[in-house]
Design a binder for this molecule. Sequence first.
Ligand code: C5P
Length: 457
Amino acid sequence: MYNSKKVYAVILAGGSGERFGDNIPKQFKKLAGKTVMEHTLAVFEEDEIVDEIFIVVHPFFRYLVEEMILKNSYKKVSKLLNGGNTRQESSKVGIYSVPDDNSYVLIHDAVRPFVTHKIIKDIVSGLEIYESVDTCISSPDTIVRRNEDEIIEVPERKNLLLGQTPQGFRTDVIKRAYELYEREPFQTTDDCSLVIKYKLGRVGIVEGDRFNIKITYPEDMYFADKIFQVRSMESDEHFEEIEDKIKGKVLVVFGASRGIGKEILRIATLSGANAYGFSRKTNVDVSRPDDVANALKKVSEKEGKIDYVVNTAAILNIAPLESKEYEDIVQEIMTNYFGTIVVARESIKYLKLSKGSLLFFTSSSYTRGRSLYSIYSSTKAAIVNLMQALAEEFETYSCRVNAINPERTNTEMRRENFGIEDEATLLSAEVVAKKSLAVLTSDFSGMVFDVNKNSMY
Ligand code: C5P
């Protein structure tokens, strides 16, 4: 227990998702391999200050949360409550069920998966001074006040903040606020406003995080996807922690004769994995299903399992489409795209058993085709689409699939196609290999990870 006070977290997931314009509310949408709400719950579950978690849910979607609780074996989730028709009513249900008046309670939107441990810690520290604490960030935009269609005031921006959650309260204060609210209700979109309205004490401020977005509209899922990518690049996980996860694992790399594939093999082996590499040099061509099937079978028979599979095999022929021979086009598509399909299809039966993960390689040209790269960049775009589809299919088996998007990397393939370049401007294969191992051993799924010179490893 932190500072002798018990800390409860009420996670509001009672919304039914009207604004999202979909049948399933946004808290149950999948993002980076888990539902939005599972990401949120993971933060509170892993937080050292939070003691118990109460979830407030719409009765119609209760079964989804029940499944989620069973699947994740949360230790702190101790109540699952049916919510009300408004956020306020749902908050009230959560607050009234907190048993201990001499405690602190945090109220948080389930649709804010990027809440940080720092914010939680700052709120709880703030509650030693203030009766309640809000999480706020400054607004980059000017905020105006309107009356119907007309702006009637432009308040000074430095005095305006954007309110996020969690909001923290001394439990007796917020319980009292809701008792008064029942007698004298008013419309509001947060809980601190009750403390102010009924003059129950002060509301302190802690600095929020501009990534702590509330997933509200469908396009917010794209932002959230990017935030996961950026966060993963800022991860403070040290490579030693990743090495610990790889130790004793069985890893297979296709396209391992050189470049990034070879480097993944080398670092995984150094980290204590049982790593196997295959390539055309060892007579394994990813575009031939039998080659891939036999390679995987051999490893599985020797090791008894396969945890991770990586495909780096690719061909790059820079030329205008007009000057390319059909034979070469087919070969490029067969290696880059069909080869990735083959590796996925042949690996899944092993990964199902190990609940393992699969890693593809794409290129920065996947988002926009590039002249002279027509076949290469379109196969790389196809790989991303394939990866996203498979992430959904594989989820049933608790397997993961992701793609790495390395910036210009110092490899033989690059030198063959671009000649001599200033090495200082290129990414090293080692950085890409380490990031690949970090992604393989992570919980993420369905994501493209950009690796550039700012990346951690
Ligand atoms: O609707 P709004 O975007 O303000 O929702 C914020 C949070 O409140 C969401 O996590 C949503 O699930 C929750 N909520 C609730 N009960 C409602 C409406 C919203 O718990 N009746």
